[in-house]
Design a binder for this molecule. Sequence first.
Ligand code: BEZ
Length: 210
Amino acid sequence: MSVRLGDTAPDFTADTTQGTINFHEWLGDSWGVLFSHPKDFTPVCTTELGYVARIKPDFDKRNVKVIGLSVDPVDSHIKWEEDIAETQGTPVNFPMIGDGDKKVADLYEMIHPNASDTMTVRSVFIIGPDKKIKLSLTYPASTGRNFDEILRVIDSLQLTAKFKVATPANWVNGGDVIIGAAVSDEDAKTLFPQGWKTVKPYLRVLPQPK
Ligand code: BEZ
């Protein structure tokens, strides 16, 4: 069964480089990012893990826990992490799931047999504090992901969870936002007393609410 937006993130218990975790318990009240890597000791994955380790403070300040997965065992991850620290300049500072039996990869449909039946694709799931899937991305093994984009989506998700707004193309934190289509002008007057600009009746723009 596929994992779709709005579904509850499948729960699991797994060995990680930081001990055995139960996923939902480990998430607690935080947001979460679960992302998969095709294989240990591979070049693109090495750069991705190094980059995520470097920007982990940006996830922390948004109350987001990050966890990686690769279909190799934990002892292999631990050896690989020595190389990542050496070559990428930052030690991996978040847990990596050892998924040798592909239990979690299967649960999240991270193996796409027509791409490879042994390695995962590059999946990303953003999970809200309600344990629901808020975003799902699938990249091919040959393309490293843009983790600044993941942070940008988290900013949008956290903003739109708080205010009845949506964020336009290429929005970045602090940019103008759009009043949600389901909000009437009448309700918008109460919600956004500072006002907005009506470009079209369905396109109402205002500065990002604080
Ligand atoms: C990589 O991380 O470089 C990679 C992994 C699997 C297939 C292709 C590339």
